[in-house]
Design a protein around this ligand. Structure first.
Ligand SMILES: Nc1ncnc2c1ncn2[C@@H]1O[C@H](COP(=O)(O)OP(=O)(O)OP(=O)(O)O)[C@@H](O)[C@H]1O
Length: 261
């Protein structure tokens, strides 16, 4: 693995990352000396048993949480050195988020939600950006929903708005936390297809936390966490292979160890 800070092919990188919660007997080691890079232009899934540290890793990589020790880079910028204001700016401009619960603003219509990151950043979107957003609305099947409010949309449509919002700023990376968790199987598959095509067509980098082997099977690479450590780093896998690896992790053993397939 390439672990040089600023390495071109890595869009996000963590080195010697540890995160502990609490102290004394209450102490929980959520991340235990993790060093890993997320490759640019790839769809990476992060899997592991409940409590293995997936959300913690994603939150620390996205600058939403701070590590107890270790360093985090977005591209060549070390985010663990940034103050709060600079970090907030970096998150708005260079990171997109898609959450299980969509996180749309109920009082804004679809277009207003998609434009929100620009407004929060004090940026008036130029003509080119507005045209790109129109194209996004079209390609995500939302062209006739632009002036609807979130409560007037289905779950799948709301998640597509969240994806459009995440893509609109052309971020370095999108972090997706269980993006299909609240959707039925078919709608979930459509959402995964949209994420996949953002990677294939625009080279978007995506890191997705998921429990679902079918969701993870859309990824180019799968990182498996157990007890706060990366225990396997694999290329694309079938849902069956992923389920088998997860079973092994839950039993406390992974065949093949921590190397990439
Ligand atoms: N704010 C917190 N305070 C104390 N412990 C925490 C906190 N957040 C997470 N933890 C603990 O850290 C460990 C890792 O949690 P994390 O949420 O990252 O796991 P996860 O793999 O995302 O789990 P899940 O799949 O259940 O969402 C768990 O033992 C959890 O209980």
């Amino acid at each position: 693995m390439q672990t040089t800070p600023g390495a071109r092919e890595m869009v996000a990188l963590v080195a010697d990352l540890s995160k502990q919660y609490g102290a004394g007997e209450q102490r929980v080691r959520a991340l235990d000396d993790v060093s890993i890079g997320i490759a640019r232009g790839q769809f990476t899934a992060i899997m592991g048993p409940s409590g293995s540290g997936k959300s913690t890793l994603m939150h620390v990589m996205a600058g939403l949480d701070t590590p107890t020790s270790g360093r985090v880079w977005l591209g060549s910028d070390e985010i663990t050195r940034l103050g709060d204001a600079a970090l907030t700016r970096l998150r708005r401009r260079r990171i997109g988020f898609v959450f299980q619960s969509f996180n749309l603003v109920p009082t804004l219509d679809v277009r207003g939600n998609i434009l929100l990151p620009f407004h929060l950043d004090g940026v008036k979107p130029d003509r080119e950006t507005l045209a790109r957003i129109d194209a996004l609305l079209g390609s995500l099947g939302l062209a006739d929903r632009a002036s609807h409010r979130p409560h007037e949309l289905s779950g799948g449509q709301q998640q597509r708005v969240a994806i459009a919002r995440a893509l609109a700023t052309q971020p370095d990376i999108i972090f997706a936390d269980e993006p299909t968790g609240a959707l039925d199987t078919r709608t979930g598959r459509e959402v995964l297809g949209l994420l996949r095509s953002a990677v294939a067509q625009s080279g978007q980098s995506i890191a997705m936390v998921t429990h679902d082997p079918i969701a993870a099977s859309h990824a180019d690479r799968i990182l498996f966490l157990a007890d706060g450590r990366i225990v396997a780093d694999r290329g694309a896998m079938s849902p069956e292979q992923i389920s088998e690896t997860m079973l092994g992790l839950e039993r406390g053993a992974v065949a093949g160890g921590g190397s990439r397939a």
